[in-house]
Write a protein that binds this ligand. Structure first.
Ligand code: GLN
Length: 385
C-alpha cells in the first residue's frame, strides 16, 4: 500500500467528532455551524432534485454557476474572470486542492507551505511527489517575514500553498503581506494555490484581498473558494476554482479523473445563493462576529489567554500561562472525555516543531450551545486547579 496514506492517522476532525458523539459532548471541534443554513438556498436544492436535471452536468460545472461565480467575485473582490475559461466547479475545496497539486507538481518539485497547516495539505503534497518546505508561523500574529520566505523558497519551488484567511489561526493577511509573497512567487517562478474558503467569513470590517487580484499574480494563481463556508452548508462540498486559462486547462484534466463533476442540484442552488443581496453576507458575518465575541468574553472570563480571531469559525486559546501541566492534545482529550466539550489541538495542524499549547474552538454555534460549552470548560479548569 502507499506508505504516505497507510501511515496517516485518522483526521483530527473525524476523531474529535467521533469522541464528541461517544461522550455526548458539545462539539466545538470540527468546524460546522449548528444553524441549518439559509432556507431559500436549501429549497432551491430540493426543487432542483425534484424538478431539475439530475444527470451529469458539464465536467467544468453548470454554466449558470460558473457565471454566478464570476459575477460574485466581480462584485465582492473586483476580479474579472471569464466563466468559460477561468472557472471550474469541484466537489468541495479539498478536491480542488488535491486536483491542483496533482496537476501542478512534478515529483521532486518543492512546495512552500505555512504552518499551522490544514491537515489535508501535507499528505496531498507528498502523494503528488512534492517536497514540502514549511514556513513556521507563530502566535499571536501568525505573520510571515521576508527572512522566513527567503529560507523556504529555492530554485526548485514550484508551488506555494497559501491559506488566507488562515485556518486555524483566523488571520486575514493584509495587502503588504500578499505583495511580499507575490515578489517571491515571481522571483522563483512559482504558482500559488490559494485556499480562500474563509474569504466571506471576516470580521471587524476587514476585507479579504485575493492574491489573484494582484496584477503580477493574475497568471500564477489558483484561487479556491467554497459554497460550504459562504452559506454555512459545510456538507454540500461545492467548491470553485479560478485560474488563468493556461492553468485551468490542466486543472480540469485532474478534476475530470477525480470526481468528473459535482451534483447539479447543489450547483444550481449555489448559483442562486451567490446572487443573494449584500445583506445576507453582511448578516452572516455580523451574527458570527457576535458569537465570536460572546465566546471570547466567556473564555477570557475563565482566565484563558484568547488569541485574536479575525476570520473563520474558530478562536484559539493558549494554555501555556495556565500552568495546567498538559499539552494541547491531553487537554483536548480530557476536555472531551471528562467534561464533554470537543475542541481541536492545534498541534494537529503542525508538521515540524508542533505548537503544543494552542487549542481551537469553533464558535459558529447558537448562544445556548456556546454557554453550555463554557460552563463545562470552567469545570475542566477547576479540576486541575
Ligand atoms: N474545515 C473543517 C475544520 O477546519 C474540517 C473539515 C473536515 O472535517 N474535513 O474544522
Amino acid at each position: 500500500m502507499n506508505s504516505i496514506f497507510a501511515e496517516l492517522p485518522v483526521s483530527i476532525f473525524e476523531v474529535m467528532s467521533r469522541l464528541a458523539r461517544e461522550h455526548d459532548a458539545v462539539n466545538l471541534g470540527q468546524g460546522f455551524p449548528d444553524d441549518p443554513g439559509p432556507e431559500d438556498v436549501r429549497r432551491r436544492a430540493a426543487e432542483a432534485v425534484v424538478d431539475g436535471w439530475n444527470q451529469y452536468p458539464s465536467s467544468l460545472g453548470l454554466p449558470e454557476l460558473r457565471h454566478a461565480v464570476a459575477a460574485h467575485y466581480k462584485h465582492w473582490q473586483d476580479l474579472s474572470l471569464d466563466p468559460e475559461t477561468e472557472i471550474m466547479i469541484t466537489s468541495g475545496a479539498t478536491e480542488a486542492i488535491a486536483g491542483a497539486l496533482l496537476a501542478l507538481i512534478e515529483p521532486g518539485d518543492e512546495v512552500v507551505l505555512f504552518q499551522p497547516l490544514y491537515d489535508a495539505y501535507l499528505p496531498l503534497v507528498r502523494r503528488a511527489g512534492g517536497v514540502p518546505r514549511i514556513v513556521k508561523l507563530e502566535p499571536p500574529h501568525w505573520r510571515f517575514t521576508e527572512e522566513m520566505l527567503a529560507q523556504a523558497f529555492t530554485p526548485k519551488t514550484r508551488v506555494v500553498m497559501f491559506n488566507n484567511p488562515l485556518n486555524p489561526a483566523g488571520t486575514v493577511y493584509p495587502r503588504e503581506d500578499l505583495e511580499l509573497l507575490a515578489r517571491f512567487c515571481e522571483k522563483f517562478d512559482a504558482i500559488a494555490i490559494c485556499d480562500e474558503v474563509w474569504e466571506h467569513v471576516v470580521f471587524d470590517g476587514r476585507r479579504h484581498v485575493p492574491l489573484l487580484g494582484l496584477p503580477q499574480m493574475r497568471e500564477r494563481c489558483v484561487k479556491i473558494g467554497s459554497a460550504g463556508k459562504i452559506f454555512s452548508l459545510t456538507g454540500w462540498k461545492v467548491g470553485f476554482v479560478c485560474a488563468a486559462p493556461s492553468i485551468l486547462r490542466v486543472l480540469a484534466k485532474a478534476h475530470q479523473f477525480i470526481t468528473f463533476t459535482t451534483p447539479p442540484n447543489l450547483q444550481a442552488a449555489v448559483a442562486y445563493g451567490l446572487g443573494k443581496a449584500d445583506d445576507y453576507f453582511e448578516t452572516m458575518r455580523r451574527d458570527l462576529q457576535r458569537s465570536r465575541d460572546r465566546f471570547a468574553a466567556g473564555l477570557k472570563g475563565l482566565g484563558f489567554p484568547v488569541l485574536e480571531a479575525q476570520s473563520t469559525y474558530f478562536i484559539n486559546v493558549d494554555l501555556k500561562p495556565l500552568g495546567l501541566n498538559e499539552d494541547d492534545e491531553s487537554f483536548c482529550k480530557r476536555l472531551v472525555t471528562e467534561h464533554k466539550v470537543a475542541a481541536i489541538p492545534v498541534s494537529a495542524f503542525c508538521a515540524d516543531e508542533p505548537l503544543r499549547s494552542v487549542v481551537r474552538f469553533c464558535f459558529a454555534k447558537r448562544d445556548a450551545t456556546l454557554d453550555l460549552a463554557l460552563e463545562r470548560i470552567a469545570g475542566a479548569l477547576k479540576h486541575t486547579g
